[in-house]
Every structure is written in structure tokens, then in C-alpha cells.
Design a protein around this ligand. Sequence first.
Ligand code: CA
Length: 236
Amino acid sequence: MKKTLISLFVIGIITLFTAGAYAEWVLYDNFDSEEINLNKWDIDDSSADIFIEDGRLKIEHSAGNPNDSAWAKIIKNPHKWRGIKATMEVESWEGEARAGIGIDIGTLPENPDYLVWYEMRLRNVWTESLQDYVPAVSGYASVLDTNNFEWQYDIFYTNLGYNKQAIVGEPHKLIAKFNTNSIKFKVKEPVNLGQVMYEFTGKIDKIEDAWLAIGTKTATEDAYCVVYVDDVYVLR
Ligand SMILES: [Ca+2]
């Protein structure tokens, strides 16, 4: 009896230590290279020019591409990562534009055609009451139809910052941690905007090929944005 208790105790300690050591941020890319490393990134530049400039990834999302996204997608072991951290700086934007981190790791248990989409964004968002665009930092868990990637509904939506501080010209460190039953968004720099976590009551079904990316999107004809990305870390 005594022996069993000791063994359980030892196993318990090992699990704790392993779990602690397991969760660590690892540098994925700091873009200090001449060209984009295509062993790390798959580039969708249908609506943008994406290239490296002075040690940062630059995304020039052109006007006239409403609802088309531009992405640098993580292709090295995307199924392994439980978080993405990236420094994003908007150099300029106009109209309904956004830049951020997009994550798809699973589908709804009751409907495999419906994927769950996590996104953390810096946004230039039209606000009816102010009749103007305002800067915001937002987090989402939404449901999209896998057949056409059309938005169905939001499960969860949060603003960490809404019309609180300037976004253009300020490097923002966006942190997203995720798994099959929760999503956490956090911003500490350039100012502490706090963190928000959403937990599902159940679990979403994991898909085989996780889809993790950094990118931009616009929603109006005139909209464009120019964004720098640096120091992308993944949580393992
Ligand atoms: Ca760099």
C-alpha cells in the first residue's frame, strides 16, 4: 500500500514538470533573411505584395480587393503549436482594413463542415455612431462553412482595445493561445490591454492539417493597409 502511494506521488511530480517544460515560446521566424523562407511559410499574395524589408515581413495589401485575404501561413509543424505571438505594426491603412493572426484547428463536433476560426486583429473599423473609422484590437471565435469559407456566426467576440489608442505606427505584440476547448487573446505592448479567454463547454474536433497564419484583409473597395510583421513565436 505504502509502495503504491509513493509511485503515484513520483508519477504526479513528473507529469507536473513535463507539463511546465512543455509550454514554451520558440522563435519561428524573425525575418532577418534576404528572402522569405519558403520552408517556413506558404504565401497567399493574391491581394497583396508580401516581401522582406529591413528584417521584417512587409504586407502591402492593395485597394480594390474587398474580402480577399493575404496570408503568410505557417507550414512547419502547424499541428504542434498551441500559440502564436507576433509583433505587428500598421504603417498605414484606409477604409475597413485589418491585420492579425488567423487560426483553424478544428470543426464543430455536430457538423464537420463547419470549422471554428480563431482570429486576433488590429482593425480600422467603421463606427456608425461616430461616422468615422476607429482603431480596435479584437478577438474572435467564429464558425465558417468549409465549403466556401463563408462566415456563419460568431461564437465569441471581444475588444481588448476599441478606440482607446492609436494603432498606426505602434508595434503591437499580439498573443494568441489556443486548443480544442479554449482560446486566449492577450496584448501587453505597446500598452497593456489585458487578456480575454473563452472556454467552450465541450471540445471542437481537431482537423488533421491545422491552419495558422499571419495576414491582412480588407472589407471595402477603397480599403488598403501596409503592415510589418516581426518576431513570430510559436508555443509548443
Ligand atoms: Ca526581424
